[in-house]
Design a protein. Structure first.
Length: 861
RNA sequence: GCCGGGAUGGCGGAAUUGGUAGACGCACGGGACUCAAAAUCCCGCGCCUUAAUAAGCGUGCCGGUUCGAUUCCGGCUCCCGGCACCA
């Protein structure tokens, strides 16, 4: 045995052995219970980042732990390989996205292997290969047949200079990222998937997921946003024609307080009004500027203009003026809202700004209404006032009565609405899955017949930032109409990459299946028993995957209602952002590795400067690691310097999996030191440990305390493995080594051997290379993965005497040793006799004695 | 702005979920070993008064419930994630 810990050698050797023996190949059927452990697949951005290392180490710990617990484990890996960054890299380096992507995959795969993950690489997939994305196309066409996929117009960010559609990420402060031009909204035809048809089930089946974090389920519930309200109409007459302006409200009880209506700039009424008035036309144009992002719209200054058009209040007949409002979204509800400034904060601000009438129609007992300033209670449910026949009714009753009256007039009814919108999947981009549609002058939009799939994406295009290069590719573009045979053009939009990631977990079950999208093996492996990924995916990816799974179920492709039984949402890995404003407006970002921090004597931060020039840099907060802010940390140097086990052990030890982690590698040395100490201990006591035999019955009295400690630590580690709190598992492993070091020696061989065998197995999921190597060195067995998981010896935990904490009036005042079988009366007597207790009671009458068995006694005086 | 989450020593975090706050580790200080350094080992390490013992304060802030609150409730502050075309 080597006297010193040399991770590079043992790690490479074991990784090769695992590969040669196909140790982690998942068997499609087994008598063992199956455990499908899946980490979210990476986007091949170039190199692994810290978030990947964290994510895949958590997944690997769970996979190895369950394997040792007797499960048939599947842990696959693949590549979410389509996406925008490949096009950006292509523009920057003049390399086709395909080459860039495949090169990155090769490099990152090597990195993953060097971390020793127990992955079944035979099931690897990449979403940019036709073997994968042909099934996106196939299912899309089936959705089209069933009406789940359909076409309508949608709003996009438009860069007027580059003449191209921009992603939200490419809009910075309302301007195109490359041109700096003011971004415009533009309406274009797109394909949508009718996820809203599944709203009810997506909401209700969250209850069937006890293995999901409550916070994720809450976010999904709010996102789906089921609300009960009333859809109502304001009749009007325009150019001699009668029509109705429809709105939706969850606060029909406030309808008597309507003093205006507001419509979106894209609303037909706004369009008509703009034709009559150039000022309105200019305002409509202004509203159409800016990004389509909800966060931008919600925080921008609320502006409006009156159209001059009046509608009638559906209940009172009062004339109500229609405004155009920049805050009204065409894509939500009816594209129009009723304005109740008395009881809606946004409407209140709007009315104040434009001098519109504000009317109180709801009263809350004990509160005073004033028109001067908004009070939060104005938005509360209360009793109707100044509302004619509805006066005195509460929220529920007034909504009911108002809905009945509206219905009688044919001007509205109760309605359930959802915040969830249908999923727009068209992207005006090259590096994605082609939408399998042909546009024919005579037949219109014609689906590509199944036997002509896949529509293959040419892999040699280099985008230049001005639109989709597929539009310039004659060999892709030109085809013949599948219906009439005449020349026609292919659709050049590609699919949202969320489509690719919405079903890859099903494909892993049968990645070698080339005749079908999936086969019967999905019904063995699915649902995923444990899914692990970043909390940033709590809504979109997880919701789309749930939807897509339900569609596949309804098409008879898989027998499952939900794809992921248990979900672990890993916290983000953050790092500080350092920047400096250089000449002009451009901000320059510096990697934290190149920045030196300054501290005062108390260790408080006083400043930061760039190492290269010694001049100060500004801190821009602590955010998720990203290329654009240059605050990423490359994990490779960590692996190269310390080895995979140290990187893995440190990552697990430094923080619980679900916590946000502000990056700091100060503890890496400690993790490495621990593994070195473990190796040295194993080396120094090799003979003692190898030759000893242990049974509980033969533990000498002097060692019983240590053995009790050992089994308590095992108990805690088992508990923490089950609740997935791996930082304290690592901590238990450290405590066990501390314990063994305190009890080392030939006379304690049995204890050392038992302790070492427990320690190695506990450590094995986290630091598999060193655990496996030492396992063999001691002759515990050929493969620790086949070892039986250690069991707590309950007999070892028993003790004759226990220590009880003593409190007087809730304050800690010492402790007493008592026999572990002492009765309540005995305890009270012993404690009250205690001199220290007597001192603090100081003659006062004892009112109450609280005994928490095995823990403490509190004397209330 | 809306939705979700978080805040505990100089730092990462622990406290088996209402019962000894600060386990384990990092950093730091002191010592041993060494010609010296590294590595290693030993001791100390929340704040405050104290020579020590001992006491008081202390889990972002304000208030509440309780014999007892990091944990439960109400109200704030700051930070992080998401907001439908980053993935």
């Amino acid at each position: 045995m080597q006297p010193h810990y040399q991770p590079a050698g043992i790690e490479q050797q074991l990784q090769k052995e695992w590969e040669d023996k196909k140790t982690f190949r998942a068997i499609d059927v087994s008598s063992k219970p199956k455990y499908y452990c899946l980490s979210m697949f990476p986007y091949p951005s170039g190199k692994l980042h810290m978030g990947h290392v964290r994510n895949y180490t958590i997944g690997d710990v769970l996979s190895r732990y369950h394997r040792m617990r007797g499960f048939n484990v599947l842990q696959p890996m693949g590549w979410d390989a389509f996406g925008l960054p490949a096009e950006n890299a292509a523009m920057a380096n003049n390399v086709p996205p395909a080459k860039w992507t495949y090169d990155n995959i090769a490099y990152m795969k090597k990195q993953l292997k060097s971390l020793g993950f127990a992955i079944d690489w035979e099931r690897e997939l990449a979403t940019c290969t036709p073997q994968y994305y042909r099934w996106n196309q196939w299912l899309f066409l089936r959705m089209l047949e069933k009406g789940i996929a359909y076409k309508k117009t949608g709003t996009v960010n438009w860069d007027p200079v580059d003449q191209t559609v921009l992603a939200n990420e490419q809009v910075i402060d309302g301007r195109g990222w490359r041109t700096g031009a003011l971004v415009e909204k533009r309406e274009i035809p797109m394909y949508y998937l009718a996820i809203t048809k599944y709203s009810e089930e997506l909401l209700s089946s969250l209850d069937s997921l006890p293995g999901w974090p409550e916070r994720v389920k809450t976010m999904q519930v709010n996102w789906i946003g089921k609300s009960f309200g009333v859809r109502l109409a304001f009749p009007y007459e325009l150019n001699g024609k009668a029509d109705k302006l429809w709105v939706f409200t969850t606060r029909a009880d406030t309808v008597m307080g309507v003093t205006f209506c507001a419509v979106a700039a894209e609303h037909p009424l706004a369009t008509q009004a703009a034709k009559r008035d150039p000022k309105l036309a200019a305002f409509v144009e202004e509203c159409k500027r800016g990004s389509v992002m909800e966060a931008d719209i919600a925080t921008m200054e609320k502006k409006g203009m009156p159209t001059g058009l009046f509608v009638s209040h559906p209940l009172t007949g009062e004339k109500i003026e229609v405004w155009i409002g920049n805050y009204v979204l065409m894509s939500y509800g009816e594209g129009a809202v009723m304005g109740v400034p008395g009881h809606d904060e946004r409407d209140f601000a709007f009315a104040k700004k434009y001098g519109l009438r504000i009317a109180q129609v709801i009263d809350v007992e004990g509160e005073e209404y004033s028109l001067d300033a908004w009070q939060p209670w104005y938005a509360d449910h209360g009793i109707c006032v100044h509302s004619g026949q509805y006066d005195g009714l509460d929220f529920k009753k007034s909504v009911e009565a108002i809905a009945v009256d509206l219905k009688a007039k044919g001007l509205g009814d109760k309605q359930v609405t959802w915040r969830l919108r249908d999923w727009g999947v068209s992207r005006q981009r090259y590096w994605g899955c082609p939408i399998p549609i042909v546009h024919c002058a005579s037949c219109g939009d014609v689906p590509v017949p199944e036997d002509q799939l896949p529509v293959v994406l040419p892999e040699d295009c280099v985008p230049d930032g001005s639109g989709n290069p597929l539009n310039k590719r004659a060999d892709f573009l030109n085809t013949s109409c599948p219906k009439c045979g005449k020349p026609a053009e292919r659709e050049t939009d590609t699919m949202d990459t969320f489509v690719d990631s919405s079903w890859y977990f099903l494909r892993y079950a049968c990645a070698d299946q080339n005749e079908k999208m999936v086969d019967e093996r999905v019904n063995y492996w699915l649902p995923v028993d444990q899914y692990i990924g970043g909390i940033e995916h709590a809504i979109l990816h997880l919701l789309y995957s749930r939807f897509w799974t339900k569609v596949m179920r309804d098409f008879g492709l898989a027998k499952l209602d939900e794809p992921f039984t248990r979900l672990l949402t890993q916290g983000m890995v953050l790092n500080e952002i350092f920047s400096r404003k250089s000449d002009g407006a451009r901000v320059q970002y510096f990697n934290p590795a190149d920045v030196e921090l300054e501290f005062d004597e108390q260790g408080k931060r006083t400043g930061a400067k760039l190492k290269s020039d010694g001049k100060p840099v500004e801190s821009g907060g602590i955010r998720t690691m990203s290329k654009s802010k240059n605050n990423g940390v490359d994990p490779q140097s960590l692996i190269d310097q310390y080895g995979a086990d140290t990187a893995r052990f440190f990552m697990m030890f430094t923080s619980p999996p679900e916590d946000t982690l502000a990056w700091n590698d100060d503890g890496v040395e400690g993790a490495y030191r621990y593994l070195r100490r473990l190796w040295k201990f194993a080396h120094d006591h090799h003979a003692t440990i190898s030759s000893a035999t242990a049974t509980a019955a033969t533990t000498p009295a002097a060692q019983q305390g240590a053995r009790r400690e050992l089994h308590l630590l095992l108990q805690q580690a088992n508990f923490d493995y089950e609740r997935k709190q791996f930082n304290t598992v690592a901590s238990a492993a450290m405590k066990i080594l501390n314990l063994l070091e305190d009890h080392a020696g030939p006379a304690q061989g049995a204890l050392m051997r038992e302790g070492m065998s427990i320690l190695l197995r506990l450590l094995s999921p986290i630091a598999p290379h060193i655990a496996q190597t030492l396992w063999r060195e001691f002759g515990f067995g050929a493969d620790i993965l086949e070892g039986v998981w250690p069991k707590v010896d309950e007999a070892a935990l028993l003790q004759d005497e226990i220590e009880l904490v003593v409190q007087v009036n809730g304050k800690h005042r010492g402790s007493v040793r008592i026999p572990s079988d002492a009765s309540r009366d005995d305890i009270e007597r012993l404690v009250l006799e205690n001199p220290n207790v007597q001192k603090y009671i100081a003659g006062q009458a004892v009112k109450k004695v609280i005994v928490v068995p095995g823990r403490l006694v509190n004397i209330v005086a």
